[in-house]
Design a protein around this ligand. Structure first.
Ligand SMILES: [Zn+2]
Length: 162
């Protein structure tokens, strides 16, 4: 293997989430590890959400990135334990999410309450106000809830996946 696993990891860490194209899969905590077994590259990923259609896109982009590096023999393995939580999103990922106009997730214990239909004070990514209300439990994707800011009147998505 001419290419090191560190180099492969670095290549893959530039793949972005198609839903939030400013955040890489490394920042999201999806990309776990790269191993080389003989002449084969094995990539370990943990999906954000089992039903998330974005995961298919992410896998496709990872394949494209590996092929672009001349790597033909590889396997992408999904690791389900421990399950992904929003706590795995890095600080830079959370900041980019906010700059992109999506309210970053609260820590796990609170976001679970959102799934159970309780409303929590989500901070508006536009003006920082917590005077917001949930419009719909489902936003542009299953991973997001739709909110509206009562101060600046802007609607925004709240990333609610666990
Ligand atoms: Zn606002």
């Amino acid at each position: 293997m001419a290419i090191s696993k560190e180099a492969i990891y670095k290549t893959l860490s530039t793949v972005v989430d198609p839903e939030i194209p400013v955040i890489t899969i490394e920042e999201l905590g999806i990309l776990k590890n790269v191993e080389i077994e003989g002449d084969k590259v094995i990539v370990f990923i943990t999906p954000t959400y089992s039903g998330c259609p974005a995961m298919n896109m992410i896998e496709l982009e990872m394949r494209t990135a590996l092929l672009a590096e001349g790597i033909q023999k590889f396997e992408i393995k999904t690791v389900l334990f421990p399950p992904w939580t929003t706590d795995w999103i890095s600080d830079s990922g959370l900041q980019k999410m906010k700059a992109f106009g999506i309210a970053p997730p609260e820590k796990t214990s609170r976001s679970k309450r959102v799934l159970f239909g309780e409303t929590i004070n989500v901070e508006c990514p536009q003006c920082g106000s917590t005077n917001t209300e949930m419009v719909s439990r489902f936003g542009s994707t299953a991973c997001k809830a739709m909110y509206r800011c009562l101060d600046c009147k802007e609607p925004f998505d709240y990333f609610k996946c666990l």
